[in-house]
Write a protein that binds this ligand. Structure first.
Ligand SMILES: [Zn+2]
Length: 434
């Protein structure tokens, strides 16, 4: 037996010796499966295309709401927001009366790599959102967006020091993303950082390896129409080719027998309108604001509802749910199209110890509309400031040598456990896709 094979024979907690498999996941944030397949049919992304043909893919649905923070918290834990407590990148603390940003410390349940560590398995986790600050694990971790300080973005701490020496870039600066001459070079720099460190950590002894590419989400938010032509068309596909090369390269370098999964966390669409739900609630008399600044601290006592980005609606009195759902469902954009595709009751989709922190209603936008809860008291509708937005449908899972069945993001953790040769944890809320 080769030493590499020996390393993956572990004792399970029950003391039974099992031959575990190793799994590598590469995720592309916000990439619709259809976008890749269309690109292949146009002769693009050849480095990825040949790999793609060695496996099967399906579309999966994302989380509610389909925001990267919620999606990756769900992937990382195998449970929904009612259990892990993440409903967005930011949330409102009603006791401290302030908006706070979610971090790795807010996850109320163990991560996949926490569970694997307990079983004696090592993980390499690269750039997954909401892993900042880096928490100790059995293995290596470089945090993903948002990661304000590199010194707290890696585990073990010695790794952070090496990343700093290497000018490691976690992500392009979102504030300058509308400027192509800044965005595209930074995007390539972030990819180059990932390439170097993915190679470095690939040589370590691991059982589970996850590399996340965030820049596709940024690219889509700011340049999605460029996939079809016009300005930045070349730059758009140039960046995609680099990503395809990186994925193809890493896949080719994986030791034999490693299971390989490619995936995304939500879909994307072209946007026409932005709807500020708080501005609409103000106009309809459901909301009254006092004072200045941002956040629900401004909601006046007599108000009946307010919203947090993207479509999270909090009611002061539960009785308003039916009336508000009806009014939202009838809402149209300035050009006469529907604005809202669906309004869901929070209690129907969120169950668990953190469910009370979730919204009472979740509004899902119609295609072409993006929702936000703003505090600027402007008109409810304005032309979308960014051309691309998230969709609940259209994410994908691809697995080498397997044909997964269609499902949901929640189904990934049990699928990975199957691939690892483990029985899915009873806490996981999804079903294996294979
Ligand atoms: Zn995302």
């Amino acid at each position: 037996m080769k030493s590499k094979e020996k390393a993956i024979i572990n004792r399970s907690p029950r003391g039974k010796v099992s031959r575990k498999k190793r799994v590598c996941v590469i995720s592309l944030d916000g990439v619709p499966g259809e976008l890749l397949v269309d690109a292949f049919s146009q002769g693009r992304l050849t480095a990825l295309r040949s790999l793609w043909e060695s496996g099967g893919w399906v579309e999966i649905t994302s989380t509610l709401p389909p925001v990267s923070a919620v999606a990756w918290a769900t992937y990382a834990t195998g449970v929904g927001p009612g259990q892990h407590g993440v409903y967005g990148f930011a949330d409102w603390d009603p006791i401290a009366k302030e908006i706070y940003l979610l971090t790795s410390h807010h996850l109320g349940v163990p991560t996949l790599w926490d569970r694997l560590g307990e079983m004696g398995c090592r993980s390499v986790i690269l750039n997954l959102p909401l892993t900042y600050p880096a928490r100790p694990l059995s293995g290596w971790l470089i945090a993903g967006f948002p990661a304000p300080e590199l010194s707290r973005a890696a585990y073990p701490p010695a790794l952070a020091a090496r990343l700093a020496q290497d000018d490691y870039l976690v992500d392009p600066d979102p504030r300058t993303a509308t400027e192509p001459s800044v965005f595209f070079p930074q995007a390539r720099q972030a990819l180059a950082s990932r390439r170097r460190w993915a190679w470095e950590l690939l040589t370590q002894p691991w059982d589970f390896f996850h590399l996340h590419i965030m820049v596709t989400d940024r690219l889509h938010h700011f340049y999605y129409p460029a996939r079809r032509g016009g300005e930045q068309h070349q730059a758009f596909w140039g960046l995609y080719e680099e990503i395809a090369d990186l994925v193809g390269e890493l896949a080719a370098a994986l030791p034999r027998g490693v299971e390989l999964v490619l995936m995304s966390d939500h879909g994307f669409c072209d946007l026409s309108w932005e709807l500020d739900l708080n501005a609409w609630l103000l106009e309809k008399g459901w909301l009254e604001l006092r004072g200045e600044g941002e956040g629900p601290g401004r909601v006046a006592p007599g108000s009946r509802a307010y919203a947090l980005t993207p479509g999270r609606i909090y009611l002061r009195q539960r009785e308003g749910a039916g009336e508000l759902t009806e009014a939202l469902s009838a809402l149209t954009t300035p050009d006469g199209g529907p604005a809202i595709s669906q309004v869901v009751l929070g209690e129907e989709i969120y169950q668990g110890p953190q469910a009370a922190r979730g919204p009472d209603l979740l509004a899902l936008p119609a295609p072409g509309v993006e929702l936000r809860g703003g505090w600027g008291e402007q008109e409810p509708f304005r032309p979308a400031p960014r051309p691309g937005g998230h969709t609940w449908e259209g994410a994908f899972v691809w697995i080498r040598d397997h044909q997964p069945r269609p499902g949901n993001l929640l189904d990934l953790p049990p699928t990975l456990w199957r691939l690892l040769g483990l029985r899915p944890a009873p806490e996981f809320q999804g079903q294996a896709l294979i």
